[in-house]
Design a protein around this ligand. Structure first.
Ligand code: PMP
Length: 356
């Protein structure tokens, strides 16, 4: 498949203040745009980042047939940029698309267009360790019609944004609360897809949690409001009695790529890993008995995010709120070490793009 490339005549790179990056507000010079029509994906077009026009009847606006991904490009040296677990991201956007009745795109088109975009905009990748170029691929129903059935036309786009390290001045443990008022996902629903509407539905509960003084909602299962599932944009791990325990996926939890990496590394280090249902009470009991060692979230944005407090039905457990635990720290150092090319990559997770 041939790719069309239209380079910008006017780079905005000189206007970027790399010392003060605001997450997701500034976008690099180019974007990928690929259309699906007449039953197939067309060739990708890489073009200058610019507004797009659409009719008010555009299907995605009304029915939410829209999915996305989140990944990063890491600066290694002036000739080398690393991408992380590209195959897994392609697999996830394909699975999300399938659930939302969106035609999947070929892996080659996904990877080749991303590589080309990174080559064109590699100077937008911050050089400071921990900083990165955030990559946002997304697909939406672009057909202009309003009827509640799957669209026949789609658009796949990728935009990128330089971002600072999530925790610039050391780790800042988050505080979580469960909620009786809302659920995130039910079995058979769209919880395991990275579907736009899942996030739209989570903002009101998140705002409520923030009003009550917590950082985020800790989601429990929708049926019994008993088993831990995940956090806003993170999977969750508990280190109890030497074991690493994380909720099983089971259809309601987003299969995080950082989660998968954490599990692989823990296995490599001979730490027992349990993927299973975890009653929230088990976490409180472990805290009471002194066997709860660490709690942390995993996700592309922060990589590893220590949890300092969990609130559930009027009860609270607090870990050392100033610090990250030693296991979470080792996990963070190892994953980022692999991503930035500072450590060996025994699993073959890194996809190098040569830009020199
Ligand atoms: N859960 C949800 C709901 C998310 O949005 C994310 C972020 N993609 C994650 C977990 C973590 O996934 P990943 O490690 O692939 O970023």
């Amino acid at each position: 498949m041939t790719m069309e490339i239209t380079q910008t005549q006017k780079s905005r790179l000189s206007s970027v203040d790399f010392d003060n990056l605001d997450f997701g507000r500034m976008f690099s010079d180019h974007m990928i745009d690929m259309k699906y029509k007449n039953g197939s994906w067309q060739a990708p077009h890489i073009k200058p980042y610019a507004p797009i026009s659409f009719h008010p009847s555009m299907h995605a606006l009304h029915y939410g047939q829209s999915v996305f991904e989140g990944m990063k490009a890491y600066y290694v040296d002036d000739e080398t940029i690393n991408l992380f677990r590209l195959d897994d991201h392609h697999e996830r956007i394909s699975n999300s698309s399938k659930r939302m009745c969106i035609p999947a795109m070929e892996k080659d088109a996904f990877i080749n267009s991303l590589e080309e975009l990174i080559r064109l905009d590699h100077q937008w990748i911050p050089k400071t360790h921990g900083h990165a170029l955030y990559i946002r691929p997304f697909v939406f129903a672009s057909e202009e019609f309003i009827a509640a059935r799957a669209a026949k036309e789609y658009r796949y786009m990728v935009i990128t944004s330089p971002v600072a390290a999530y925790y610039k001045e050391g780790f800042n443990p988050v505080s979580l609360t469960t909620t009786d008022d809302f659920v995130r996902a039910v079995k058979g629903g769209t919880g395991e897809a990275k579907a736009a509407g899942n996030y739209g539905g989570s903002f009101l509960p998140a705002q409520q949690a923030q009003k009550e003084g917590f950082t985020q909602v800790l989601w429990l299962d929708a049926k019994e409001n008993k088993y831990v599932e995940e956090v806003g944009t993170m999977n969750i791990f508990f280190k109890i009695d030497g074991k690493l325990i994380t909720p099983e996926l089971g259809g309601t939890v987003l299969p995080g790529i950082t989660r998968r990496s954490v599990i692989a590394l823990a296995n490599e280090w001979d730490v027992d890993v349990e993927e299973r249902r975890i009653p929230i009470e088990e976490v409180f009991d472990a805290h009471k008995s002194g066997s709860l060692e660490e709690i942390f979230g995993s996700g592309t944005a922060a990589v590893i995010s220590p949890v300092g407090l969990i609130h559930h039905k009027g009860k609270t457990i607090e870990l050392d709120r100033e610090k990250i635990g030693p296991f979470a720290q080792k996990m963070y150092d190892t994953i980022t070490g692999i991503q930035y090319g500072k450590l060996d990559d025994p699993f073959g997770w890194v996809h190098q793009v040569k830009v020199g």
